[in-house]
Design a protein around this ligand. Structure first.
Ligand code: ADP
Length: 424
């Protein structure tokens, strides 16, 4: 029988005894009153004991009790015990988490709603100079680099920023913020000094090699042209070899020029001014028209006179590459359209061809360096595989992006989207 059942049976039995005794002696009402008073007093005493035990934190084993009160004590005791176990487990997890984050080589800082420091690991002390006493301080008051303050304020956290370490300016940090929970943010700072050094070495290497290769290639080309132009009759094998050598020297020269251009895009600052896009496009189209296989194929439409704030030489390279590709990768008698237009949110340059098109799976890869679609087809058409990498870089430097729509055997449209902030 349940504790409640026993309790009810006991009360009912006492009531029956009192009722029998009361009716025999004619004192039912006073006896009932005494019974109710006794029951009430007993319950008050039990409540008082319980209150004293619980207000002391319910520590240790519960006091001895009878009836339903023993059950109440027992249930509260069990709840408290499991709560204690849960707390212990949680504390262990937190401790393990702290130890593991302290062992992390990257700095981690938990920021509150107002960018105040709530917690930081050991690496944050070393590379960001955050001390235990800085808890509650706003992080922009401690790390004052304008780029960092702006990054926190603007909240575009899908990208990371590069800053020097506030404790050691020989260290370079990549800082990223991740939002989580209700207004909380985790700031992560990774030491990228070695990575940046290697990246710089790669850039310097490519720039130096391309630069150094230019002169020998020019000399080679000069001698080959002289030999080819000799009046003396040549063996057919020799003239064929000269032709092949000239073609390969040309290819190498293009490769070196493209590599040098790419490396300049990575290292040199832009020379920015308001570029007259219609004029620039007219020049590019006229130059292309002069090349015999492309004559009469370009159709230019300028539907806006808006200009573009940027580097004219870089823009010329990007637009020429797009136009060159459209002409190269489409039939000799097809038209290539180039148009400069404006929408509510962008200035757009489209280059549209009716060529072979590009398979959907290849589109994400064609802007990679040296990537050429369909080797057999590309082998026949001269190219370095660097043209679209140059386009992508130039657009990136102009806050713009490239959008490619293409259908196999139908043609391709390459569109450069420039933001309004770049229009002038
Ligand atoms: P490449 O020097 O080979 O032209 P790009 O970087 O300019 O190098 O282009 C990469 C590849 O993308 C090309 O090899 C070609 O296969 C493909 N491609 C580029 N533009 C077009 C186009 N308009 N139509 C079809 N394929 C194209």
């Amino acid at each position: 029988m349940s504790a409640w059942g026993k309790e009810l049976v006991l009360v009912a039995t006492i009531f029956v005894i009192v009722a029998v005794l009361g009716s025999l002696t004619g004192t039912f009402i006073p006896l009932l009153f005494i019974l109710l008073f006794s029951l009430l007093s007993w319950q008050v005493v039990q409540i008082n004991r319980f209150e004293r035990w619980i207000s002391n934190g319910g520590r240790g084993k519960y006091p001895k009790a009878k009836g339903i009160w023993e059950d109440i004590y027992y249930h509260v005791y069990i709840i408290k015990k499991s709560e204690k176990k849960r707390k212990k487990k949680l504390a262990k997890i937190i401790d393990q988490f702290r130890k593991s984050t302290d062992a992390l080589p990257d700095a981690a800082v938990v920021l509150g709603k107002h960018d105040e420091i709530e917690w930081a690991n050991n690496a944050a002390k070393t590379v960001l100079g955050i001390q235990a006493t800085d808890r509650g301080q706003r992080i922009p008051n401690l790390i004052r680099f304008p780029i960092f303050v702006r990054y926190l304020k603007e909240g575009h956290f899908n990208e990371s920023i590069i800053i020097p370490s506030p404790t050691n300016n020989h260290l370079t940090l990549a800082v990223r913020v991740v939002s989580y929970g209700a207004g909380l943010r985790l700031l992560l700072a990774q030491d990228v000094t070695q990575l940046r050094k290697m990246e710089q070495m790669r850039k310097d290497f490519v720039a130096n090699v391309s630069h150094e290769l230019r002169t020998p290639l020019t000399v080679l080309r000069g001698y080959l042209e002289t030999l080819q132009d000799l009046d003396e009759p040549q063996l057919p094998l020799l003239s064929h070899s000269f032709q092949q050598m000239l073609e390969q020297t040309d290819r190498m020269q293009h490769l070196v020029d493209d590599l040098l251009l790419l490396s300049n895009l990575e290292t040199q600052p832009k020379k920015t001014h308001c570029v007259d896009v219609p004029v620039l496009l007219n020049k590019i189209c006229k130059e292309t028209e002069k090349l015999p296989p492309y004559t009469g194929r370009v159709e230019l439409t300028v539907s806006t006179s808006v200009r573009l704030y940027g580097d004219e030489n870089e823009l010329r390279s990007a637009f020429s590459n797009l136009l060159g590709n459209a002409l190269k990768y489409s039939p000799v008698n097809s038209v290539v359209k180039i148009q400069w237009r404006m929408t509510e949110s962008n200035g757009i340059l489209d280059v549209i061809d009716q060529g072979e098109g590009i398979a959907e799976t290849e589109i994400p890869r064609i802007t990679e360096r040296f990537y050429r679609v369909d080797i057999k087809r590309s082998e026949k058409i001269a190219g370095t595989g660097l043209g679209l990498a140059i386009v992508k870089h130039v657009l990136l430097r102009h806050d713009a992006h490239l959008h490619i729509v293409s259908e196999l055997h139908r043609g391709s449209t390459f569109s450069c989207y420039f933001p309004l902030s770049r229009l002038c």
